[in-house]
Design a protein around this ligand. Structure first.
Ligand SMILES: Nc1ncnc2c1ncn2[C@@H]1O[C@H](COP(=O)(O)OP(=O)(O)O)[C@@H](O)[C@H]1O
Ligand SMILES: [Mg+2]
Length: 223
């Protein structure tokens, strides 16, 4: 299977000269759901923002199958329109679609995250987990091949947390999407195909999520 996301020898430093990513190499095959783990400050968000094209690398290569969808930790930083349907439609303004095409894309994307019945609901009346599903529906409406999710469950209670991760796994498998999901919650590892471990800007481990879970439970993943 081809890789939907590929990084070779990626280095990045902030303006103050601090090296944040040190020759990182990773790949995620199309149709797989991978996670990125690491303690606070290890460089996870920086790596995700580089993958999304929001930052420019110092050196190295990045190839990500477009279009890319990004889901932030805090949905209130992402959802801009007053209602669920309007927010998902807002992401389509650059695509020059007809009104009926927009309606179709929005309805299809909301169905994919089981929110079609909430299409007219104001964003403020949603739970945190529902807001994250609206953000994911936005990426699906834009026909994103790759989903990048930066600690999307950080603000959720444990039940909504596991609902969201299970839902993203189903979406990846049913639509042959590719996802890279940042977390520091080890129970989420049960849902992914593989995981990467980032430590102080180095990718120090990768592969079987069960093995990584064992490794991290022994040392304790301080967060
Ligand atoms: N905008 C920024 N300017 C300068 N340094 C930053 C900026 N954002 C993050 N950093 C630094 O980069 C390092 C990695 O941060 P980050 O990628 O946010 O880590 P993580 O998401 O793993 O917690 C940290 O040392 C952090 O302080
Ligand atoms: Mg982060």
């Amino acid at each position: 299977m081809a890789d939907a996301l590929q990084v070779r020898n990626l280095c990045f430093s902030w303006a103050n000269g601090e090296d944040v990513l040190k020759s990182c190499t990773l790949e995620v095959p199309q149709g797989e759901f991978w996670m990125l783990l690491g303690t606070n400050g290890s460089g996870k968000s920086t790596l995700l923002r580089l993958l999304a094209g929001l930052l420019t690398p110092k050196s190295g290569e990045i190839n990500v199958m477009p279009p890319v969808g990004f889901v932030f930790q805090n949905p209130d930083h992402q959802l801009v329109m007053p209602t669920v349907g309007a927010d998902v439609a807002f992401g389509l303004v650059e695509e020059k679609l007809s009104p009926s095409q927009v309606r179709h894309r929005v309805a299809e994307a909301l169905s994919a995250v089981n929110l079609l019945e909430l299409q007219r609901r104001p964003i403020y009346a949603l739970s945190g987990g529902q807001k994250q599903r609206v953000a994911i529906a936005g990426a699906i409406a834009r026909q994103s091949e790759v989903l990048l999710l930066d600690e999307p469950t950080a603000l959720l209670d444990p039940d909504s947390q596991l609902d969201l991760v299970a839902q993203v796994k189903r979406l990846v498998k049913s639509r042959n999407l590719t996802a890279l999901w940042v977390t520091h919650r080890l129970d989420e590892l049960n849902y992914c195909d593989g995981a990467f471990l980032l430590e102080k800007g180095f990718l120090v481990d990768r592969g079987d999520p069960k093995r990584l879970q064992q490794r991290l439970m022994q040392v304790g993943l301080a967060s």
